[in-house]
Design a protein around this ligand. Structure first.
Ligand code: ZN
Length: 465
C-alpha cells in the first residue's frame, strides 16, 4: 500500500499521513449552524470531508468521524424571533432538512453528529479549568480567553500579531483587555436561551463548542481536524489555543495532528456566504439536478482550490456521469460478488496524492475507452470493480443504471433561473388575477418538464420524470 499524503495546513505542506493509532483513525470536521437552508458552501464542506472519510475507510479498518451541529447561536436566536418559533424548533427543522439534503448528495451520516446544546455542561467544566489555570479572565459578564497566555497563537493561520486583531478597525468591545481575546462564555438576555454557570446565566462561545465536543468524543490528540478555509482564523486558531492550554501541553499538535481545509465556493467572483446575502441554496439545485450531479460538481475543483459555482458546471457533471453510467449499463451482465477491490497502484497513487481527482478521472477515462478492457469476462469484471470501488470513494455511481437514464434530460439541463423566473411571472399574473397568462405560463413549464403545485406558502415545483 502506498503512503497517503495530505496537505497539512499546520505545516503548510503536503505530508505523509502517519496515524496516531492505525486501528482507529479519528477525524473531526466543523459542521453547520442550523438556522437556514444549506447553501452551496455548506454542501462543499460536507461532500469534501465525506470523500476524505470514504478514502480513509478504503485504507484503514476503522475510522471515527465526528461532525458537529451548532444549535445555539445569535443567528438562530434572530431567526427564532423572525419565525416566531423557539430556538429548538428552528434548529431541529433546519437540521432535519440539512441531513435529508446531505443524504441526497450521498453524504453518509457522520459516526457522531453532536449538538452543541448537549455538551454545555462539559464546556462549562473545561473553560472553568482554563480560568483556574490563568488562561481566561472574567469581565463584564463575559469569560474571555487571554491570547497573551498562549505565545504559539497564530501558528495555524500564520498571521502576525498585527493581523490577528480581527476587526481592529472596529471598536473593540469594552470587556476585552486585548482586541484578539475571544469569548468563552457570554451572558444571555432575559428572552434568550441560557444555562446557569459560575459566570451567571449565559451561553458558550462558538469556539468552545468544537474544542469541547472534539475532545470529549475523540480524545486528544486526534488525527485530523477539518473545515472550510473561512474557519482557519479565528475559529480553528482559537480551538488550538484552548486545546493546548487545557492540557498544559504547548505542543501545537497535542490537540489535533493534521489540519485540512476546503477552499471557498465563489459565485460571480464573490465569496459565497449567507451573511453577504449572496445565496445559492442547495435546495434550489436539488429541485432540478440529481444529488449525484451536484456532488460531482462540488468535487470538480481540487478540494483546496476555490470552486467557481456556475450552472455549466452542473451540465458538465451530468455529462460525465451519463458517460460512466453508459459504461456501467454495458457491464450490467457482468456478475460481481463484491463491488470493492484493491485499486491499481497508479490510480491509488492519484487518490493518495492529496486527492488528485483530476488525475483520477483522466485515468478512468482512459480505461473506459480502452477496448482491451472489454475483451473477455475477466477484464470486464476488473473494469467494473475498479469503477465501483472508485465510485464508493467518491460517492457516485450509486444508482441503478437504468433508473439513471429515466431522468428527464430536458428538464435537468434547463437553466434553473429560467424556471424560477417563469414561476415568478406566473405568481404575479395570478396576483393580478390574469388567469389566462398564468395558465399559459403553467403550460410552458409543463413543456419544460416542470410540474407546479400551489400551496399556501407559495408555488412549489418539481421535475417530472
Ligand atoms: Zn468548529
Amino acid at each position: 500500500m502506498k503512503n497517503l499524503k495530505i496537505f497539512n495546513s499546520l505545516s503548510n505542506k503536503k505530508e505523509i499521513f502517519f496515524p496516531i493509532n492505525n486501528r482507529n483513525i479519528r477525524i473531526y470536521a466543523c459542521g453547520p449552524t442550523v438556522y437556514n437552508y444549506a447553501h452551496v458552501g455548506n454542501a462543499r464542506m460536507a461532500v469534501v470531508f465525506d470523500t476524505i472519510v470514504k478514502l480513509l475507510r478504503y485504507i484503514f479498518p476503522k475510522v471515527t468521524y465526528v461532525s458537529n451541529i451548532t444549535d445555539i447561536d445569535d443567528k438562530i436566536i434572530q431567526r427564532s424571533l423572525v419565525e416566531k418559533k423557539s430556538c429548538e424548533q428552528i434548529s431541529a427543522t433546519y437540521l432535519s432538512i440539512y441531513n435529508s439534503e446531505m443524504k441526497q448528495l450521498n453524504v453518509d451520516n457522520p459516526d457522531f453528529q453532536p449538538k452543541a446544546t448537549e455538551y454545555v455542561e462539559s464546556m462549562i467544566e473545561k473553560i472553568k479549568i482554563l480560568q483556574d489555570k490563568g488562561y481566561a479572565y472574567f469581565n463584564e459578564g463575559h469569560l474571555l480567553f487571554s491570547v497573551l497566555t498562549f505565545p504559539e497563537y497564530g501558528i495555524l493561520s500564520k498571521r502576525s500579531k498585527e493581523d490577528q486583531i480581527a476587526g481592529k478597525r472596529i471598536k473593540v468591545a469594552s470587556y476585552k483587555k486585548k482586541p484578539e481575546d475571544f469569548i468563552l462564555w457570554k451572558p444571555s438576555k432575559e428572552n434568550e436561551p441560557g444555562w446557569s454557570s459560575p459566570w451567571g446565566k449565559g451561553r458558550p462561545g462558538w469556539h468552545t463548542e468544537c474544542f469541547a465536543m472534539a475532545s470529549d468524543i475523540l480524545k486528544t490528540p486526534f488525527d485530523i481536524h477539518g473545515g472550510g478555509l473561512d474557519l482557519k482564523f479565528p475559529h480553528h486558531e482559537n480551538e488550538i489555543a484552548q486545546g493546548c492550554c487545557f492540557q498544559k501541553n504547548k505542543n501545537i499538535q497535542s490537540y489535533a495532528k493534521y489540519w485540512m481545509h476546503n477552499g471557498f465556493v465563489t459565485f460571480e467572483e464573490e465569496k459565497m456566504s449567507k451573511s453577504l446575502g449572496n445565496i445559492a441554496l442547495l435546495k434550489d439545485y436539488l429541485k432540478v439536478y440529481n444529488g449525484e450531479i451536484i456532488r460531482l460538481a462540488l468535487l470538480s475543483a481540487h478540494y483546496r482550490s476555490p470552486l467557481v459555482w456556475k450552472e455549466s458546471l452542473l451540465i458538465q457533471s451530468k455529462n460525465i456521469l451519463d458517460k460512466f453510467y453508459e459504461v456501467l449499463r454495458k457491464l450490467e451482465d457482468v456478475k460481481l460478488e463484491n463491488y470493492n477491490t484493491k485499486l491499481p497502484d497508479e490510480l491509488e497513487g492519484y487518490f493518495f496524492d492529496d486527492f488528485n481527482l483530476s488525475k483520477v478521472f483522466a485515468y478512468l477515462n482512459r480505461i473506459i475507452k480502452d477496448k482491451e478492457n472489454y475483451k473477455n469476462e475477466e477484464k470486464k469484471m476488473k473494469l467494473k470493480k475498479i469503477l465501483y470501488t472508485t465510485g464508493n470513494i467518491l460517492g457516485i455511481f450509486k444508482q441503478d443504471t437504468n433508473e439513471w437514464f429515466k431522468n428527464d434530460k430536458k428538464a435537468s439541463e434547463k437553466d434553473i433561473k429560467e424556471i424560477e423566473k417563469l414561476i415568478e411571472q406566473r405568481s404575479l399574473a395570478r396576483m393580478e388575477k390574469n388567469f389566462n397568462l398564468a395558465d399559459n405560463i403553467r403550460k410552458q413549464l409543463i413543456d419544460l418538464g416542470i410540474e407546479i403545485q400551489d400551496s399556501p406558502k407559495g408555488a412549489k415545483w418539481k421535475r417530472v420524470k
